[in-house]
Structures are given as structure tokens and as C-alpha cells.
Design a binder for this molecule. Sequence first.
Ligand code: ADP
Ligand code: MG
Length: 321
Amino acid sequence: MPSEFDIIRHYFTSKQSRADVILGIGDDAAILKVPEQHELVQSVDTLVAGVHFPLETSPQDIGYKALAVNLSDIAAMGAEPAWFTLAISLPEANETWLKAFSEGLSSLAKEYNVQLVGGDTTNGPLTISITINGFVATGKALTRHSAKVGDKIYVSGMLGDAALALMQWQGQCIVQNESLAYLRERLNRPTARVELGLLLRDYASSCIDISDGLLADLGHITERSSVGATINFEDIPRSEAFNLNLTDEALITPLVLAGGDDYELCFTIPLHKQSEFKTLIKEKNISVICIGEIEETLGVRCINNNKLVDIKDMGYQHFTN
Ligand code: ADP
Ligand code: MG
């Protein structure tokens, strides 16, 4: 049986070595250097086995996803990710599991050059909590509270894939074999839109990452900004795999509007920045799509086929079933 210290040494020693880490793992706390004229941006997200991922998820994917969802929060703030800490509760010290978990985690850490600088290792039901830190030039962070009437609403990527993958996993629907790998990847290895977040700093008036579903998360922007929104269902991007496997409108609508776990960005662009923004995304070949507009009337509305969609009960809420 490896000791707690063996586990830390073998599996949680960072492979990155950033110059701004004055002191990393091994002391009582890490010492980190935020660049001059920048602000620290910090977020924490916890994944509980069986709640935030199916129990059978591979350890590589669990490691990957735990960091990806945190990177997504940093992306939504328009910040540059730099360091993270890992608080992990393990039911047993299974070295095969730990090796695979740390591979999944460190592959993504390497991709974004974020360094593991500390953590806590405990014994208990499998729970992974990552605190991520990034930085942004003073005053430049993207927030939820500054959308304005007339701003256009955009989303990155496709919505509904992760929710469809979860439904299939739970045996609630069948998907074609050729779609399965793509959909599982969307659920287990979400892409944090870090580069997009950085670009948006000069354009977006507000931004959020879609973790709980489009309606719920856009609802956070409208509430915090004291505005409302109308979105057009037909404009919301869906993947080929999604369209191929789901034809029942009664399922499509809630998955696209309220399916969680896609980790795409939803953001608003003021009218006067519209044309410059459109040129930029074309130039950089970034796939984002305008799905609606910020309005004065409070609340979020969705139009499909010229009709108002009944969106009652579509926002996912923790602690309710
Ligand atoms: P302390 O008792 O002072 O909190 P610990 O024994 O918990 O110290 O941890 C020793 C060192 O290992 C600390 O620097 C801590 O940040 C680091 N550490 C512990 N668990 C992890 C982990 N899961 N991932 C990364 N670093 C860890
Ligand atoms: Mg400790």
C-alpha cells in the first residue's frame, strides 16, 4: 500500500515548471507570482463520482474532465490559466487507477501549460476538487453582470451533445455506433474555450460557460445584468451526430436548451463591435454563432418556428430532481 506521501510523489508531482511558481508542491503552501498590473482570477469546481460523472468513467477521463471544467471557468472570465491545486478524496490507493487519472490530468495541464502547485489527499468517497488560478490585465476580466439591451448573444460550438451522451450512457436512448465515440468525448473530455475567452476580452460585454444548460446559464447573465433575452431555437448549433440520433422534438428541445456539461461559452457582443467581431472570427476561423439578442423585458425567451417555446422547468438545478 503506498502512503499518502508516496501517492503525492508518484502521481501528483507536476511535470510543468512555470517561471512564476516560486514554490510548488512540498511545502505548507505554494508561492506564486502574479504579473504586474494583472489581477488573480480564481475558481473551484468539485466532481463527485456518480453525480458529476458516471461511476464507470475511465480514470483518464475523470482526470481530464476535472481540470477541463475548471479551465472552462477561467476561459469564461477571459483569463489566462496558470496554476491549480487538487484536493482528492480516494476510496482506496489503487495505483493503476492513480496512474491513469494522473495521465489524464497531466495531459491537459501540459496542453494549457498550467502547473499543479499543491493539494490535499484524503481517504473517502471519490471526489475531485480543483482550484484553478489564472490572471488577467487589471479591469479586463469578462463578467456576467454587464450585458446591455441590444447586445447580440453568441454561443461557441454545439449544444446538447454531452446531455445526449449521458442519456445514452444511462440507457435512456440508443445512438448509432459511429456517433458514440464523438458523443462520449464531448461528455468526458469537454474542450475549454480558453483561446476564445482571451479574444473576447476586447469584444464581449458579458460571458459565461455553459455547464448547467443554455437557459440556466444565459439566465445568470440576464439576472446579473438586470436585462432579458430572446433566443432563436433554429440558430442554436447542433452537431451532425446529435441530429442523426435524435429526431423526437420533445427530446431535442430540452437537451439543446437545458442539457448541461457542454462547457461552451455563451457571451454578448455590443452592436458597435459587431462588424469588427465578425471579421475577427472569420479571419481566425472560430466557430461561434449568434443565437439572439439582449432585451429590456426581464427573463429568457426562446422562439422556435415563430412560436414561443414552453421553457418552464428546463433549467437544471442542483439539489432538486
Ligand atoms: P499539510 O499537512 O501541510 O497540508 P500535506 O501533507 O497535505 O501537507 O501535503 C504535502 C504537500 O503535498 C503540500 O505541498 C501539498 O500541497 C501537496 N499535496 C498534497 N496532496 C496533493 C495532491 N493531491 N496534489 C498535489 N499536491 C498535493
Ligand atoms: Mg494538507
